[in-house]
Design a protein around this ligand. Sequence first.
Ligand code: G3D
Length: 181
Amino acid sequence: MLSILRKARLKDKEMRILMLGLDNSGKTSIVKSIMGEDIHSVSPTLGFIIKTIEYDGYKLNIWDVGGQKTLRTYWKNYFEKTDTLIWVVDSTDRERMDDCRQELASLLLQERLTGASLLVFKNKSDVPGCMNEAEIREALRLDDIHTHTWTIMTCSAMTGHNLQEGLQWVVQDAKDRLFLY
Ligand code: G3D
């Protein structure tokens, strides 16, 4: 039933994208950068922000939800009808990689996220000495994920690097799924 509804929405070319990650990973900056807004005016997201972006004929409704520890218990309120989960990782934050892995792993166990694809954005890649893609893959044990279609992309909210390519993957994945059902 859920997959039929999802397919109907994808046919309408409308998608629901949930952007999550630990606090300070750069979620709001990514959304702002995609929207062409000044990323230097960001302040911590205490609730959530929804932004709609038109991309390749698709209407992408992006939900940017606050990532502080106290707010993570509320994440579940946003799972419903999610087509794609964008998991934003601060690639300079080596200390919290375990926390990051655990939060992602528990999200992927959520029943209401079954069927959602996963894009891991390796953010802050403009910072010298940040973790590379292979290191993040290993730290988050991405190769063990078999329940969701996933990919990892190196990006930077600061320079805008790969953000459009990320959206392109999201839309292409939606198109592919229409043929799969
Ligand atoms: P959040 O929404 O995930 O909590 P924010 O994260 O978007 O508020 O970003 C947290 C901090 O990281 C901000 O710095 C922001 O400028 C910085 N940041 C986000 N993306 C990048 C990036 O790609 N490169 C670099 N170098 N910095 C980034 P401040 O200093 O305002 O806390």
